[in-house]
Design a protein around this ligand. Structure first.
Ligand SMILES: NC(=O)c1ccc[n+]([C@@H]2O[C@H](COP(=O)([O-])OP(=O)(O)OC[C@H]3O[C@@H](n4cnc5c(N)ncnc54)[C@H](OP(=O)(O)O)[C@@H]3O)[C@@H](O)[C@H]2O)c1
Length: 286
């Protein structure tokens, strides 16, 4: 099977490495070429080149705009894919965008799966991601060996857009939990409770989301090297808000949480881990 991979950031570079480790021969492209250094894959000068010989092409890009540009821009990959090829978009994008991309593929006789992932830098490295998949069951089956090389599970939720639908829900909860924890920490410290006591009491307690345990050393040391960049959490909350609008749904809490991440981004924390909202809220104290 010829596999193409576009987008070698924090997640994509590790996912591509796991495909190579499982014996797949990869042709890769990334906007910034240096990120492909060290990968035992064939470098392609453009998205179109990475797509040309691919039976399956993966994309792992930051935003819907980045996917759009890479697919349809100059030397974009979509016109270069051959009929019956599969494009798997693992980027976190919103469901209406996934459905639109599926339509563009259908016009060209190309199969499309939306397959965003649950799990961060660590699981991407160890091959423990969970793929949340939308699309045709037979196509999902065709891609199963690739999902298995990069993840511990792939779950098929229905037609195109179903994978990114569940991902929107997951990341809405992720943003709420992170922002809530940061507010709890800020209130506790203002009352004179030490950070170490707060972490000891809160982490592992029923009121605290389990994923926060993995953020302990970042919060303890106020050192927020990105596993999941804050700017992409903000983007996901924006996409969830956009989706709520499309659904005619009011989600006032989501809007408030989204603005906390917008403020953090404006404070220059966009490329830090999303747990850096803890620093933002600490700084708001008089
Ligand atoms: N990190 C996580 O924990 C995590 C977990 C689950 C899902 N995700 C999602 O996975 C996706 C990738 O996240 P990441 O953490 O790997 O982010 P990242 O390290 O910032 O990587 C982003 C990738 O998108 C590319 N890109 C951005 N804008 C582009 C453009 N206009 N044209 C072409 N390429 C462009 C970047 O290219 P350059 O290298 O040239 O900048 C890079 O390859 C995002 O949708 C994110 O929400 C992330």
């Amino acid at each position: 099977m010829n596999v193409g991979f576009i987008g070698l950031g924090i997640m994509g570079s590790r996912m591509a490495a796991n495909l190579i480790r499982s014996g797949f021969r990869l042709r890769v492209h990334n906007r910034t070429q240096e990120k492909a250094h060290g990968l035992a894959a064939e470098w392609c000068e453009s998205p179109a080149n990475a797509a040309r010989k691919a039976d399956v092409l993966f994309t792992m890009l930051s935003t819907p705009e980045a996917v759009q540009e890479t697919a349809f821009g100059e030397r974009g990959f979509l016109p270069a894919l051959v009929e019956d090829a599969v494009w798997v978009d693992s980027s976190t994008v919103h469901p209406s965008f996934s459905r639109h991309m599926a339509g563009e593929c259908r016009k060209r006789g190309i199969h499309f799966l939306d397959a965003p992932v649950a799990g961060s830098k660590g699981p991407a490295e160890t091959g423990d991601l969970v793929f949340l998949v939308g699309g045709d069951a037979a196509v999902v089956e065709r891609c199963a060996p690739l999902f298995e090389a990069m993840g511990k599970a792939h779950r098929h939720f229905g037609a195109n857009g179903a994978g990114t639908s569940i991902k929107m829900v997951v990341n809405l909860l992720l943003g709420h939990a992170m922002a809530g924890f940061a507010e709890g920490l800020a209130l506790g410290e203002s009352l004179g409770i030490s950070r170490s006591t707060l972490l000891e009491v809160l982490l592992g307690a029923p009121v605290t989301a389990p994923f926060l345990q993995a953020k302990r050393s970042k919060v303890e040391n106020d050192a927020y090297e990105a596993d999941f960049p804050l700017q992409w959490m903000h983007k996901d909350l924006h996409l969830a808000a956009l989706t709520a609008y499309e659904q005619g749904l009011a989600l006032p809490g989501l809007q408030a949480v989204k603005e906390i991440f917008a403020m953090a981004r404006r404070r220059g924390l966009g490329e830090k881990d999303f747990s850096a909202v803890c620093r933002l809220l600490q700084e708001t104290r008089r």
